[in-house]
Design a protein around this ligand. Sequence first.
Ligand code: ZN
Length: 301
Amino acid sequence: MKEAISIKLLYISLAVLCIVSSETKIRSMAMKLFDAHCHLQDQRVVDKAPLLIHIANAAGVVHIAVDGITEKDWHLVKEMSDEFDSVIPNFGLHPWYVEGKSRSWFNTLKELFEANPSAAVGEIGLDKSPLAKGVDFGEQVEVFKKQLQLAKDLKRPASVHCLDAFPELLQIMKEIGPFPAGVILHSFQGSPEVVPQLTKLGSYFSFSGHLMPLKEDKARKIVKAVPLDRLLLETDAPDALPTNPIFFVPGNATLNQPANVHSVLTYVASLLELSKEELADISYKNALGVFSFQGSKIPLK
Ligand SMILES: [Zn+2]
């Protein structure tokens, strides 16, 4: 039964690919890409996750880092990783949800990492923007520090959300760091000025569709400030639908999916004046490097 469903999904994804390929996308689909951050466990897309993973894989998105955000969704990320080789699991407590944590959250998290050596840390972070809706910043800092220290102790990369809190982030990273296993500043929109200090501490900078609403000149300055060997691409799906999406989630055209990392590639490559092939190669190798920690599904080099 399960096999029949998978075959059906594969046919659907191939059909989708044929349509896309006929629209001159054949060459770009031959490239290998890595979606360094997304949330396929999100309730808006979780029932379609197997289909979206098949479509992404068929479109050359070889690996998909799926980031948990609360204790309630960690088991979904684990199940997805157990079922799909291309899914890299990440477990973390997101700053927006720190006030809903249980007393045992940190023990549960530590046990998850013991049981899942292939997991990275994320999504964790700091947010002083209106999007955080006033979540206590002191509590955010406390929860973030614990998880960042855990990532450092476990020698695994950490996927970090930071909005309007770069001075505090730098301060904490200096206290706990450096981070030889890498810290991924996901959907990075910080100022070009913070890039060198963050780079020195072991940061990578991951770009998504969140970059696209910015003025092009501002986006270009941010992207060009990042050293090419620290640049990653992601979708942050189901959010951050690019302004030039190639793929639409069946039933809801406002949602994003990992195959659209192709759209992010196209935009960032244009800002950097690189070919899509060059940037695909650079970002894919960078992602393999940061996600190839001891125990990862991606073999150590
Ligand atoms: Zn995210």
